[in-house]
Design a protein around this ligand. Structure first.
Ligand SMILES: O=P(O)(O)O[C@H]1O[C@H](CO)[C@@H](O)[C@H]1O
Ligand SMILES: O=c1cc[nH]c(=O)[nH]1
Length: 234
């Protein structure tokens, strides 16, 4: 057990999927895993462990934002020895050619700041995905026929952002979508030599202002979960 995860060490699999939403963790575990059991309820940040095609898998909510993700990812890596961490998240589309429900594979994650900012001081570290996971996820997405985009995303600290100029610069530089966790996940994976990837589904759009309801964000993103699982065990 850790401060934020009530599971015994053996209850967490080496492969962990991390949605921001704990109820997406529950839905994904019940939908895709065999013999799924709840292994964490501390603070309501639900986690489940089961098997997918015989492989042990944990699906643990990360909460919203990098400070929350950082707590769970640190404990999963340092206390539970998680080796492969794949975020399965929602995001806001930032390019015209990116549509609602499309899948984004985040090759890089640009940020203004992360919980790791302090250790880098004046260095701008470039958080990036594990290439093997990225390539395997792309292969899985193509095989599935899911409309998928691979490229840079923006990990923001702010959902209700008062600085429109930042989004403008992201869009101008080809960033595909905005979310709030991937950059810190990639930095922690680099620090501890683990594999990480963010597989995202576009839930709303900053240009068209389309938006999916909360229930869809919780329960309807099956393609991204299957892509993440196939990538993890490719
Ligand atoms: O759907 P999740 O995985 O929570 O991801 C996105 O949704 C939340 C904001 O609504 C942030 O956590 C953002 O990164
Ligand atoms: O962080 C997020 C997630 C979904 N949509 C957004 O606009 N931002």
């Amino acid at each position: 057990m850790t401060i934020h995860i009530g599971a015994a060490k053996d209850d967490i699999a080496p492969t962990v999927l991390m949605p921001g939403d704990p109820y997406r963790a529950k839905w994904a575990a019940e939908t895709f895993l065999d013999d799924a059991r709840c292994i964490n309820q501390v603070r309501g940040m639900l986690g489940f462990t089961g098997t997918w095609h015989g492989h042990p898998v944990t699906i643990q909510g990360s909460g919203m934002g990098m400070p929350s993700l950082s707590i769970y990812a640190n404990e999963l890596i340092r206390d539970y020895d998680a080796q492969t961490l794949i975020r399965i998240g929602s995001c806001g589309g930032m390019q015209d050619h990116v549509g609602i429900r499309d899948v984004i594979l985040a090759m890089t994650a640009t940020t203004l700041s992360t919980p790791s900012r302090g250790i880098f001081k004046d260095l701008n570290f470039a958080p990036c995905a594990d290439f093997g996971l990225l390539a395997a996820a792309h292969h899985a997405a193509l095989a599935k026929g899911t409309t998928t985009h691979v490229g840079g995303i923006y990990s923001s600290d702010v959902f209700y952002d008062e600085r429109a100029d930042l989004n403008d610069q992201m869009m101008r530089h080809g960033i595909l979508a905005v979310e709030m966790e991937a950059a810190e996940l990639y930095i922690l994976a680099a620090r501890y030599k683990r594999r990480a990837l963010a597989v995202l589904t576009v839930s709303d759009h900053l240009i068209t202002h389309e938006a999916l309801p909360a229930e869809d964000r919780e329960r309807s993103f099956g393609d991204m979960v299957e892509i993440a699982l196939q990538a993890a065990f490719a």
